[in-house]
Design a protein around this ligand. Sequence first.
Ligand SMILES: C[S@@+](CC[C@H](N)C(=O)[O-])C[C@H]1O[C@@H](n2cnc3c(N)ncnc32)[C@H](O)[C@@H]1O
Length: 318
Amino acid sequence: MEPKEKLLIQGIIDDLTTAIAQLENYNQFSRWTTRMLLKAAIHKAENIEKQQAQKQKQQAIAYTGYDREWLSSSATPVDTTEIFPGEVFVDTADFDSGIRQLLPRYDEMLNAIAHCIPPNAQRILELGCGTGELSLKILHRCPSAQIIALDYSPRMLQFAKHKIESAGYLNRWKGIEADFGDWTKEPDKINIGIGFDAVVSSLAIHHLTNEMKLKLFQRIKESLNYKGVFWNADPILPESPALAAVYQTVREEWAALSGTTLAEIRAKIGKSASHGYSHLDQLATLDNHLQMLKTAGFDPVAVPWKYYGLAVFGGEVS
Ligand SMILES: C[S@@+](CC[C@H](N)C(=O)[O-])C[C@H]1O[C@@H](n2cnc3c(N)ncnc32)[C@H](O)[C@@H]1O
């Protein structure tokens, strides 16, 4: 406890001690004084609570680098429309441009996943496809790929389908409205089979608790063919408060380069609570992710791309 808080608590104890003494020596005058002393003690106690809540919030921001307004929702949203975790923007039409301002090197990150998929891959599963940006890059690079794309948001799926159709790839892409947490727990409920050459995901799995992340990685491993690959792009929990500050600065600078500010972009971000198996950001460190991948049986595991607080990581089935 800090010296300032110690002093405040000592103050409360003093006020209460005097109040008790007044009660012992009870009369009309001391009743009023006692009330005042008790009020003062309560006020001081509330002050400590407020300061501690503020301190906790600052600490959370320092450690994660994000103030919950990053990819999931804002604590004090400008627009209070409820969206699902991961949809990010109130208006889905803002996603493609907004995400490129919000995240440094978004295209490079998705291209890294596309590059890590064997070009002759045939059966690919994407988890949390959003508006279909990663699907498009993969369909472009892997000419014989057939993608099954899961997303629990009908709004995002609708956008994805429209874009994929416009690009002429609809015969190689199938969108399914489903929660990948359900697929993890009860795969038979979502009839997509196994035998995938690659499973991919970007900016979606970090909404699962760590316990569910591990279960999902195990499910993915079981659904992949021999030599199949899993690649995921996600924000990572900064390794220290100092690095959290660095990652945050990089994002601010990126937004400035894109001609805007994080605050301006956040004005378009919606408010979300938990939905299905997804919650507000549940970040884990890169080390922790690699450990979970190893526990799930991937070998080798690797980090083919990293840029400050964002990374592409995954592994192979050998
Ligand atoms: C930030 S977007 C990223 C979309 C896309 N992968 C990209 O990189 O542009 C996250 C997507 O994951 C979806 N999502 C989040 N949790 C999900 C879950 N448990 N099951 C299915 N979809 C989920 C959201 O609806 C959203 O479309």
